[in-house]
Design a protein around this ligand. Structure first.
Ligand code: ADP
Ligand code: ADP
Length: 229
């Protein structure tokens, strides 16, 4: 499960300015939708509505046919993982940051998630090894390392629905390529909405939507949209 639909969704942060002007999306369970378009088009706003940071002013968002306004915020959010562009971490251990929101997680689960997100790679280079570093406070992490922590948090949560909001846009191209490989592995089997900047990161998407000024300007596949120019 995890079939996401937006039906004629409208939204504005202020009553006098529409940001989303009637959005229709159909994302079958387990598939990947990429959303591209200029800055300010409303891409992040779409993601915020699915997570219910805000409610639409018109239209409906459903998951498996059920309106998301009809489920509790807690159960909705338990089923959705978000990897944002800039992950803000708590001033605590990597382990704490991975397990945030999953107080019941065991150390073994946290470490498995860290390995899945390839955090183990840079931790293992230290003499004390991974287990020590995961409990160390006040770590100075690079942007790529922070994104790996966010990925590990998502792996631990194991949500059927994944939102990647420009998750690698702020990284240098080599780190971006490394993290893209990890992300595409965790997308498998999950309904994924990828908000993207570079077309090279969404070649694998099942469908692509071009958002412009709050409307769907184009939809298609990567090859189809490239052919159109
Ligand atoms: P994108 O992700 O495509 O760059 P956003 O969804 O972030 O676009 O923003 C769409 C529009 O909504 C922009 O004009 C932005 O300034 C505005 N906006 C975003 N967040 C808020 C907010 N919290 N309050 C008011 N306006 C906002
Ligand atoms: P992005 O394009 O990455 O979504 P934005 O610049 O649209 O980034 O937004 C960055 C942050 O600032 C978001 O948390 C958004 O809610 C907030 N924001 C953006 N535009 C406005 C605005 N016009 N008024 C208030 N908050 C805004």
């Amino acid at each position: 499960d995890g079939h996401v639909r937006f039906e004629n969704v409208r939204f504005g942060y202020d009553a006098d300015r529409a940001i989303l002007k009637g959005i229709d999306l159909d994302v079958p369970a387990g598939s990947t939708l990429a959303v591209v378009g200029p800055s300010g088009a409303g891409k992040s706003t779409l993601a915020r509505l699915l997570f219910r940071f805000y409610d639409p002013t018109g239209g409906r968002i459903t998951i498996d046919g059920q309106g998301i306004a009809q489920v509790t915020q807690q159960s909705l959010r338990a089923g959705i993982g978000i990897v944002p562009q800039d992950t803000v971490l708590f001033n605590d251990t990597i382990g704490y940051n991975i397990a945030y929101g999953r107080a019941d997680a065991t150390d073994a689960e946290v470490q498995a998630a860290a390995r899945g997100a390839a955090i183990a790679g840079f931790i293992d280079q230290l003499p004390d090894g991974y287990a020590t570093r995961v409990g160390e406070r006040g770590l100075k992490l690079s942007g790529g390392e922070k994104q790996r922590v966010a990925i590990a948090r998502t792996l631990l949560k194991d949500p059927p629905i994944l939102i990647l909001d420009e998750a690698t846009s702020a990284l240098d191209s080599r780190t971006e390529a490394e993290i893209q490989t990890t992300l595409q592995a965790i997308e498998r089997g999950r309904t994924t909405i990828v908000i993207a900047h570079r077309l090279s990161t969404i070649v694998h998407a099942d469908q692509i939507v071009v958002l412009d000024a709050g409307r769907v300007a184009e939809r298609g596949t990567h090859a189809g949209l490239l052919a159109k120019g």
